[in-house]
Write a protein that binds this ligand. Structure first.
Ligand code: GCO
Length: 472
């Protein structure tokens, strides 16, 4: 159990320590922050960018509050200001994604120079600020033109994705060494339309398994494209892994099935060279000779996104045979209903470190709340601080127990477009006033800055004054 001083989410007994223990973390441990292109850039119609499936989805009014990514955090124009925020935090690294349709408006063919030049500016400014760029190739923004010809159901996309990876490698490989091929492939295949699966009828099991295999093939092809072009490249993929637990004992089989698809359908073939046993019969029709070797390419690190366990129940009529179920009483939840269970994070870290035998970097962990949290005007997000304290404490416990953990990136630097929830859910260390685009660091921003300084210097900092909304 995580000691009470780490959690701040316990029964309130005992004073919570200013910062969690980080003694077990390597001295070269990397502290960072994460974002993704569609969630922060905006400028969706600017400088030649093509449409993505998320632009189309928004145009249909399918997103909460009829939000779209058209402006988001206006990062396309404000990236220098946002790098200034990263410098204030003291992070050593920044994980972002490149928008495929910004570089290749139709997903293939002639590159868009203005799009390429934007990431030149971003990368050069990061390096000038002493911040290492960690570049993710695909964070769900499938070019609409490719979705129109089948998207991930069309095996030709493997070559188109490899060509995109080669373009990125050739353009930025002189300055970027850290690459991730995909962000959370299990999420955008399981949840389909809601996460960039486009108009595919992902309720169809055949379509679903075809997408899984083509994404795995695209991963392997991109690894080769990057490795062949970037000397010293350090390549990984980013997976959302978490316990998938039964709502009732009768849901145990459904929970096991959901865990295999959620946690193993991509890391297993990519890191171990084979699909999990439970999937092998279903995947067999899509596997051509040599495919598993094309997927299983040498990797340098394992990216883990983790927020908390999910609870599932059997649903025989659904595509996968399960859906989200009742959560147990008595476990803390975030304002958006995600479970707060630091022990599950510790155990997931130990599991992935042992199973895949790669250095682990936590590429996403964070706390989602809603606009209501900020109604009072002060951005004193103490519950986000309590969450981060508990989870970083759990990470330290996993490291102390032998997991090779080398970095932690908070999701997210900024409040941003939270997919189906639009802008009503906020994960940022920085508050975004979407009407004015003013950035206001929250209390958690100052806390994380203090933690980084403390963890790197071993000397706790005095607590920061709590900023008030609008004070800049
Ligand atoms: C994900 C994505 C992020 C989300 C974040 C909060 O895990 O869904 O990688 O884009 O915004 O995780 O949900």
């Amino acid at each position: 159990m995580i000691p009470a001083e780490h959690t701040g989410i316990s029964t309130g007994t005992g004073a919570a320590a200013r910062f969690p223990a980080t003694a077990a973390l390597r001295r070269d441990f990397i502290w960072g922050v994460s974002t993704s292109a569609f969630q922060i850039e905006g400028a969706t119609r600017e400088d030649g960018r093509g449409l993505s499936v998320w632009d189309t989805y928004g145009l249909k009014g399918q997103i909460a509050n009829k939000d779209t990514g058209d402006i988001a955090c206006d990062h396309y124009h404000r990236y220098a200001e946002d790098i200034g925020l990263m410098q204030r935090l003291g992070v050593q690294a920044y994980r972002f994604s490149v928008a495929w349709p910004r570089l290749l408006p139709t997903g293939r063919g002639a590159p868009n120079e203005a799009g390429l030049a934007f990431y030149d500016r971003l990368i050069d400014a990061l390096l000038a600020a002493g911040i290492e760029p960690w570049l993710c190739l695909y964070h769900w923004d499938m070019p609409q033109a490719l979705d129109d010809v089948g998207g991930w159901t069309n095996r030709d996309i493997v070559g188109w994705f490899a060509d995109y990876a080669a373009l990125v490698a050739n353009r930025y490989g002189d300055r970027v060494k850290r690459f991730a091929t995909f962000n959370e492939p299990s999420i955008f295949t399981i949840f389909a339309q809601a996460t960039g699966g486009g108009e595919r009828d992902m309720r169809n099991v055949d379509t679903f398994h075809r997408c899984i295999h083509n994404v795995n093939l695209a991963h392997g092809a991109a690894v080769d494209a990057l490795r062949d072009r970037v000397a010293g490249s350090l390549i990984g993929a980013i997976h959302n892994c978490q316990p998938c637990l039964p709502s009732t004992p009768a849901d145990a089989q459904a929970a096991q099935r959901s865990s295999v698809y959620w946690n193993q359908a991509f890391p297993d073939p990519q890191c171990l060279g084979a699909y999990p046993a439970l999937m092998q019969e279903a995947m067999a029709p899509y596997i051509e000779p040599g495919d598993m070797a094309r997927i299983h390419r040498p990797l340098d690190w394992f990216g883990l996104n983790h927020y908390g366990p999910s609870y599932v129940k059997a649903d025989p009529g659904s595509r996968l045979g399960w859906q989200f179920g009742e959560k147990p009483d008595g476990i803390p939840q975030t304002p958006i209903g995600w479970m707060i269970e630091p022990d599950a994070f510790r155990d997931t870290l130990l599991t992935v470190a042992k199973t895949y035998a790669l250095p682990v970097y936590v590429m996403e962990n964070g706390f989602g709340d809603s606009d209501k949290t900020y109604a009072a005007g002060a951005i004193n997000d103490e519950n986000r601080i309590a969450y981060l304290k508990a989870y970083i404490g759990a990470l330290d416990e996993a490291a102390a127990a032998g997991a090779d953990i080398r970095g932690y990136f908070v999701w997210s630097l900024l409040d941003n477009f939270e997919w189906d929830s639009g802008y009503g859910v906020r994960f940022g260390l920085t508050y975004i006033d979407y009407a004015t685009q003013q950035r206001t660091p929250k209390a958690s921003f100052a806390w994380y800055r203090g933690l980084i300084k403390s963890a790197r210097a071993g000397a706790p900092e005095p607590g920061p004054a709590v900023p008030v909304l609008g004070t800049g």
